[in-house]
Design a protein around this ligand. Structure first.
Ligand code: PRP
Ligand code: URA
Length: 211
């Protein structure tokens, strides 16, 4: 299943780790560790085309022009809670990144996103903003987070998740066609409760051991 603007990061290490995460017997400790490991590989893909500029440096042998990242530091924007599970690994790869926290929960009855917290760097309009959430189900949370970040000035956004439902991808790409999506896998469908099938269950509960 191919969607325009969607990159499926189908590296064998990602696929293997994701299978371990899906298993219901995987412990909270292992689930969290695997999510961090996968987040490094997702970050690698989502930042593959970052702009570079040449600067003059001195090596022990000579002077040379060498590439360095151009522009302002990027922003990671985890959607609370589960997005925090992707943040740690991403910050290891890009330690100077800024962080915007977007607090949203999904109302279990209506499946709409309810905002409870928002704090972002002031100059979002000048930075690449990478939104993080392991699960893209109905996409109500992702769409609300992206709308909120755009309201706060963001103009250049990407969305990174672990698992996506085809329904969620269609909604997110329809509402925000300017936002490329990176995911480790696209699953089969959403069930009647808005859960991704086969999926991995409730990501927040599995990361934090709350169920
Ligand atoms: C989960 C998940 C996403 C959202 C996805 O969060 O982490 O944010 O649901 O569903 P959607 O695409 O249908 O909006 P949840 O609201 O359960 O909150 P939590 O991260 O605090 O557990
Ligand atoms: N949120 C989750 O954590 N898992 C799903 O399958 C859907 C929404």
């Amino acid at each position: 299943m191919a969607f325009e603007g969607v990159t499926v990061v189908d590296h064998p290490l990602v696929a293997h780790k994701l299978t371990l995460m899906r298993r219901q017997e995987t412990s909270t400790k292992s689930f969290r560790a695997l999510l961090k490991e996968i987040s490094l590989l997702l970050a690698y893909e989502a930042t593959r085309d970052l702009e570079l500029m040449k600067v003059e440096i001195e090596t022990p042998l000579t002077t040379t022009m060498a590439p360095t990242l151009a522009g302002k530091k990027l922003v990671f924007a985890p959607i609370l809670r589960a997005g925090m599970g992707l943040l740690e690994g991403m910050l290891e790869l890009v330690p100077s990144a800024r962080v915007a926290h977007v607090g949203l929960y999904r109302d279990p009855k209506t499946l709409t996103a309810v905002e409870y917290y928002f704090k972002a760097p002031e100059d979002l309009s000048e930075r690449l903003v990478i939104v993080l959430d392991p699960m893209l189900a109905t996409a109500n949370s992702a769409t609300a987070a992206i709308e909120r970040l755009k309201e706060a000035g963001a103009q250049n956004l990407r969305f990174v998740c672990l698992l996506a439902a085809p329904e969620g991808i269609a909604k997110l790409r329809g509402d925000h066609p300017d936002v490329p999506v990176f995911t480790a896998a696209i699953d089969d469908h959403l069930n009647e409760h808005g859960y991704i099938v086969p999926g991995l269950g409730d990501a927040g509960d599995r990361i934090y051991g709350t169920k």
